[in-house]
Design a protein around this ligand. Structure first.
Ligand SMILES: [Zn+2]
Length: 368
């Protein structure tokens, strides 16, 4: 039987890889230079696509371990910062390249974009295109290539509603979020995080990579939603020993100790929240009817005793508030309440639910 393929690999706290099963790795065409050159060039490669030895008025650029040879004026036009770096570098070569603080993929994406039409840049058909755009956005931001950065970010924003994004893996979601953080693009980040959270809630992507990404990239909202969803999974999987009633907590081993502590802090805070919440009916705008408050209070007590509410997990506060609301909305006595006051009373539960969801991240504090 075939071993199931790994969905993602957590290399360290800041790096999550997705194994590339989509296509066979292309053989590296770029030639190692160490055989023909001195130790000085050992470990460097010439890029198979963008190292053209025949170009005139070109410079050799070293990004990471890869040498590129491209036209100086093409790079110069991209930004003032690049112009200042490559201007007058006609005599650069493999031994004295222009060194750029960029990854090979990033610089390759930039050169690709400089030779490509905007329509081609915007066209995203698969996750390989998605990662090239992320590389383009990051290097454009670093070297202030304004038009390439804006093209890349708007293409990424549009891509969020296309099939490659809708089904992409956690590692691609991490890449997108990391790109938005690096490029200081809060609106794009917000759009990515909203979609990521929806996919977690629909159980389309696992919670743990989202917790780790949120931690590494300091995305509070994602952290809250992912931790909350993970707590529900943990609660479902934790079964008490029938002999002694003990429940052993089993948290995912990919989480580090501070992250586990964060989950426990959230557990404690949410259960505590629910204990306080259920004690008194939510307040709604005062009215002039004597009976309204009494009816609300009586129905509140009965809704809390509904079997569905009693059986629900105490840590699923959002679900509990929803169940209480459903129970109250269906209650016959509540239907005797003034219609406007009843609507406001039920609205107070919706407001409580919105407020809880907006502040979920606060429950999962790391500063204990
Ligand atoms: Zn009233």
């Amino acid at each position: 039987m075939l071993k199931p393929k790994t969905r993602f690999i957590i290399y360290n706290k800041n790096t999550i890889f997705e194994p590339d099963y989509s296509e066979e790795r292309r053989p590296r065409k770029r030639a190692r230079l160490e055989d023909e050159e001195s130790d000085e060039l050992a470990g460097l490669f010439r890029d198979s696509q963008y190292y053209d030895p025949k170009l005139s008025n070109a410079c050799v650029v070293l990004a990471g371990d890869t040498l590129f040879r491209v036209k100086i004026d093409v790079l110069s036009k991209a930004s003032h910062k690049l112009h200042a770096i490559v201007d007058g570098t006609e005599l650069s070569g493999d031994r004295n390249p222009v060194r750029l603080d960029a990854e090979p993929d990033e610089f390759r994406a930039l050169v690709w974009a400089l030779y490509t039409s905007p329509d081609e840049i915007r066209s995203i058909k698969n996750t390989t295109h998605l990662s090239r755009l992320c590389s383009l956005a990051k290097i454009s931001h670093a070297f202030r290539c304004t038009s390439q950065k804006s093209l890349a970010l708007s293409a990424l924003r549009d891509a969020l509603d296309l099939p490659p994004f809708e089904t992409c893996s956690s590692s691609n979601l991490h890449l997108l979020a990391e790109t938005a953080v690096r490029c200081e693009a809060p609106i794009l980040l917000d759009a990515i995080v909203s979609r990521w959270i929806k996919r977690i809630q629909r159980h389309e992507v696992p919670c743990v990579p989202a917790i780790i990404s949120a931690d590494a990239l300091h995305i509070h909202r994602l952290s809250g939603a992912a931790c909350y969803a993970h707590l529900q999974e943990v609660a479902e999987q934790s079964v008490a020993d029938p002999d002694n009633g003990v429940t052993h907590l089993r948290l995912d081993s990919k989480l580090d100790s501070p992250q586990k502590l964060q989950l426990l802090a959230g557990y404690w805070s949410l259960v505590n929240y629910w204990e306080r919440f259920r004690r008194s009916p939510t307040r709604f705008v005062c009215c002039s009817h004597d009976e309204c408050a009494n009816i609300w209070e009586r129905c509140w007590g009965m809704a809390l005793g509904a079997p569905k509410v009693l059986q629900a997990s105490q840590v699923d506060v959002s679900g509990l508030i929803r169940l209480v609301r459903e129970s109250l909305a269906a209650h016959n006595e509540l239907k005797t309440m003034n219609a406007e006051c009843r609507a406001k009373a039920l609205q107070s539960l919706d407001d409580a639910s919105d407020s809880l969801n907006a502040n979920l991240g606060e429950h999962f504090t790391k500063s204990l």
